[in-house]
Design a protein around this ligand. Structure first.
Ligand SMILES: NC(=O)C1=CN([C@@H]2O[C@H](COP(=O)(O)OP(=O)(O)OC[C@H]3O[C@@H](n4cnc5c(N)ncnc54)[C@H](OP(=O)(O)O)[C@@H]3O)[C@@H](O)[C@H]2O)C=CC1
Ligand SMILES: C=C(O[C@H]1[C@H](O)[C@@H](CO)O[C@H](OP(=O)(O)OP(=O)(O)OC[C@H]2O[C@@H](n3ccc(=O)[nH]c3=O)[C@H](O)[C@@H]2O)[C@@H]1NC(C)=O)C(=O)O
Length: 301
């Protein structure tokens, strides 16, 4: 690891930290130490990082950490953050050009300021553009697939491609990014001209709805489980009588059962225990096997 660290220090511009506490890079505020934490300064440094680590140590790409559950035992490998260094937003005609490290909420506000319609759904999603495209983020009837025109990605060999919306193979919480191990670098959104007041009013309505229904005041990773083919995870969890169930520091939110919240210094094992109870109870009651939406790193589920 020391050898890799030294190579990175020589060839990569940006942040490189050994034995990094990952907790504060996640919205759940959970997770132990990762061997290496890297925030490349630009595309070239990302390519150099991959050249050094790919095939030598495991690595994991993160954005704003809003959908992640890292083990308290940490992660034996490198975490590469595509964050602030890849942040950028500009307008060309009706197209918004974005860096992968731009907040979705900022993108949504920028679209509203320019009287462009279509990004209202994303105003309260806390992730970055890269994570949102990888996962085809969605809320309140909208999804990234509805607004993305094209996406610039890097593969793990450092090659760069532009993919059209169709070529991204978006589906529910999934895209080509996961299927083919890609890293999102940039994106272009195509939006419709709209009325600024109406756009802002939709954003305000959605914000109110989210504040009223979701426990956003507490650390979590958003929805714990994906929507099953029939029904809603949250409703199944509530109907199974699990609302408010607590395991040490973690709790199935009593505001929205789809969320597990970090009530009090929860451990990854506390969250995973609750997730297993949910999976088993819902399966035994309704015959539906829930699949995690949260991405779990360093632990089996
Ligand atoms: N609808 C809602 O209300 C909410 C939605 N969310 C969801 O969480 C997502 C989280 O975004 P964010 O916090 O930035 O991401 P995270 O840091 O949580 O990363 C989530 C996953 O996205 C992948 N990823 C992140 N950035 C990139 C990138 N630049 N290129 C390729 N893959 C990337 C990584 O997958 P890997 O390393 O495995 O390739 C990672 O496992 C959003 O897309 C959204 O769907 C979260 C909270 C609320
Ligand atoms: C939070 C996330 O995204 C959210 C997104 O914000 C919201 C809003 O559109 O819709 C999805 O939640 P969801 O499937 O739980 O949708 P909601 O509309 O909140 O609830 C679905 C149904 O469950 C019921 N419900 C909800 C909460 C609850 O405690 N009990 C309950 O019975 C609701 O009444 C509703 O009939 C996304 N989650 C997934 C996995 O698709 C995330 O991705 O992390």
């Amino acid at each position: 690891m020391i050898q890799i660290y030294n190579q990175l220090k020589n060839k990569v511009k940006g942040t490189i930290v050994k034995n990094f506490k990952i907790k504060d890079q996640t919205y759940f505020r959970i997770g132990g130490s990762v061997d290496l934490f890297i925030e490349p300064e630009d595309e070239e440094s990302l390519r150099n990082t991959l050249e050094i680590i790919n095939g030598n140590i495991p690595f994991y790409i993160i954005g704003n950490g809003t959908n992640l559950l890292f083990s308290d035992d940490g992660y034996k490998g490198a975490v590469i953050k595509i964050g602030n260094n890849f942040n950028g937003i500009r307008l060309e005609d009706n197209k918004i050009k974005l860096g992968a490290g731009t907040l979705l909420s900022r993108t949504s506000r920028f679209a509203a300021d320019n009287a462009l319609k279509g990004m209202e759904f994303a105003s309260g999603i806390p992730g970055y553009v890269g994570g949102a495209i990888a996962m085809n983020a969605g809320a309140y009837g909208g999804e990234m697939v509805d607004v993305v025109k094209k996406v610039k990605c890097m593969d793990y060999d450092g090659n760069v491609y532009w993919f059209t919306n169709e070529e991204m193979h978006f589906s529910y919480r999934n895209s080509r990014v996961f299927k083919e191990n890609l890293i999102v670098l940039e994106a272009e959104l195509e939006l419709e001209p709209g009325n600024r007041e109406e756009i802002n009013s939709t954003i305000n309505d959605l914000t109110e709805k989210r504040l009223a229904k979701q426990p956003i005041e507490k650390p979590s990773a958003g929805s714990t489980f994906k929507r099953p083919k029939d029904g809603y995870a949250a409703k199944l969890i509530q109907d199974a009588g699990l609302k408010g169930m607590r395991h040490r520091g973690a709790m199935i939110s009593d505001k929205h059962c789809g969320f597990i919240v970090n009530e009090d210094n929860a451990k990854s094992s506390d969250v995973l225990s609750l997730m297993r109870v949910v999976r088993e109870t819902v399966f035994n009651r309704f015959g539906i096997m829930l699949e995690p939406e949260v991405r779990i790193i360093g632990e089996e589920f």
